[in-house]
Design a protein around this ligand. Structure first.
Ligand code: PLP
Length: 504
């Protein structure tokens, strides 16, 4: 296989590509600890402890290594990670931006880091103030009346929001059955509506990739509880008719849920509350630069209008006689949806981020995020197809249509990007763009890094024409090559187990 990597300007080389499993590194008799000699007779232990709690196997499969071997093994593995601290992470719709280290510093302050969630209110005033402040900042940013921080992630926020809509409609005596969702919405939206007991109906996008107003007009009737709108939508475009959409929904007794996970395009520039949106979530682990990925903790705060505020999850932090207290006296609340205070550490980092930037800084970030996406679109537009040309916001969606001529798919392009030292973009999403590559550079990338990305993408297009076979087997510079994706999905082997011959 020809493997011409001479064009690659940015590569991450690993210290070692030959790291064996820790079990395979085991040397009989090696120890990484020293314990004092046992000074109780073992026979006595056996009498004192119920035998069912005593280990009977001899730990023969545990690896035996010295401490430095263990440390070096895991440190080497850690260098194989790709993260926002290693390079550009253009994963569209995920907003993988750089996480400023000052956020971490604040989160590690002893008073916060060691606070126990069961502390009495009077001992947790600082933490409660952070929650109170975060809610106020987010209400201001979204233009909404009130905010809950309980949801642990975006999808959890969606569920919270739709539950509140259901509660409000029930209270109006106007329970409805359906939720309308445009085909450019995030995939979690229909799942949310279904889990909340609604029938989901899709709304087609028009040829420009926006919600078709005429179609919505036809479909909106008194059986529809809400419209769930991702804005900017998943083709990276702002719903130009958002005000008309909200007006239409309200006139016919429905509500508008806005999926605001893409606030990186709006933050400190435009406020969904001013557009007529009733309820929305945003992802602190995206827009507000708290670490995410790998299913780690996130926070999906939900912001609502005054009308929906009584339904917010309980308890809420309120200020009473100069003190912060938890208010459980909320008879219309949908109840608690997360233990304790939600993911407090994530909220704390987000507050630090918002306060260090201020509204000017947040606005500049938003403008830069949009500029960066447009910069990449501008430089790659002649080479990769952009299926929906509109006002590109914080992310640009390409397709593999032109490269398909050479038998190259978005998957091949994404895998080859790994050789060039970049994390692949989001692929095959949104569903309305076949062979999509969704690129979101975010504001944290400088021009140099984006130029390297553009260069890599151009170079991959050349390779598609000159050496498509090589592309089909990319990546070539990683420890493991391309997986058999079907086998990996159907027959995953997730755990190492000693075979008989390896057992001692
Ligand atoms: C990320 C995202 C979600 C889901 O958020 P999670 O925190 O992963 O649950 C929902 N909608 C949009 C538009 C997103 O980008």
């Amino acid at each position: 296989m020809s493997n011409d990597n001479s064009r690659i300007k940015k590569v991450r080389t690993h210290i070692s590509q030959n790291e064996s499993l820790i079990f395979e590194r085991s040397r009989s008799g090696a120890v990484g600890y020293k314990l004092p000699k046992i000074d109780v007779p073992t026979t006595e232990v056996n009498e004192l402890v119920n035998s069912k709690y005593l280990r009977t196997d001899d730990l023969a499969n545990m690896p035996e290594l010295a401490e430095p071997d263990v440390v070096r093994h895991f440190t080497r593995l850690s260098t194989w990670n790709y993260g926002t601290d290693t390079g550009m992470f253009p994963l569209g719709s995920c907003t993988m931006k750089y996480n400023p280290k000052i956020n971490e510093l604040v989160a590690r302050l002893e008073g916060f880091a060691t606070a126990h969630p069961l502390l009495p209110e009077e001992s947790a005033q600082g933490c409660l103030e952070v929650i109170y402040l975060a809610e106020q900042l987010l209400a201001e940013i979204t233009g909404m009346a009130a905010v809950t921080l309980q949801p642990a992630a975006g999808a959890h926020g969606e569920m919270t929001g739709i539950m509140m809509i259901r509660a409000l409609l029930a209270c109006r005596g106007d329970a409805r059955k359906k939720v309308l969702i445009p085909d450019s919405a995030h995939g979690t939206n229909p799942a949310t509506a279904a889990i909340c007991g609604y029938t989901v109906e899709g709304i087609r996008s028009n040829e420009r990739g926006l919600t078709d107003l005429a179609e919505l007009e036809k479909r909106m009737d008194d059986s529809v509880a809400a419209l769930m709108l991702t804005n900017p939508n998943t083709v990276g475009l702002f719903e130009e008719n958002i005000e008309k959409i909200c007006k239409l929904m309200h006139e016919r007794g429905g509500l508008v849920y806005m999926d605001g996970a893409n606030m990186n395009a709006l933050c400190a520039v435009a406020r969904p509350g001013d557009m007529g949106v009733d309820v929305m979530h945003m992802n602190l682990h995206k827009t507000m630069s708290t670490p995410h990925g790998g299913g780690g903790p996130g926070a999906g705060p939900v912001a609502v209008t005054k009308e929906l505020a009584p339904y917010l999850p309980s308890p809420m932090v309120i200020k009473q006689d100069g003190k912060f207290v938890l208010d459980y006296n909320r008879p219309q609340s949908i109840g608690r949806i997360r233990a304790f205070y939600g993911n407090f550490g994530v909220v704390l980092r987000a507050v630090c981020y918002m306060l260090t930037l201020g509204s000017e800084g947040l606005r500049e970030n938003t403008e830069t995020a949009v500029l960066n996406a447009n910069y990449i679109a501008h430089h790659l537009r002649d080479i990769y197809e952009i299926p929906y040309e509109g006002k590109i916001m914080h992310e640009v969606i390409f397709s593999d249509k032109r490269q398909k001529k050479y038998g190259i798919t978005n998957g091949d392009i994404a895998k080859r990007l790994i050789d060039y030292g970049f994390h692949p973009p989001t692929m095959s999403f949104p569903l309305i763009v076949p062979g999509s590559l969704m690129v979101e550079p975010t504001e944290s990338e400088g021009r140099e890094e984006m130029d390297l990305f553009i260069d890599a993408m151009k170079s991959i297009d050349k390779e598609a024409q000159e050496n498509p076979e090589m592309l089909k087997h990319a990546p070539h510079t990683t420890r493991v090559g391309r997986f058999d994706e079907v086998a990996a999905a159907r027959n995953p082997v997730l755990r190492w187990q000693a075979t008989k011959s390896e057992e001692k």
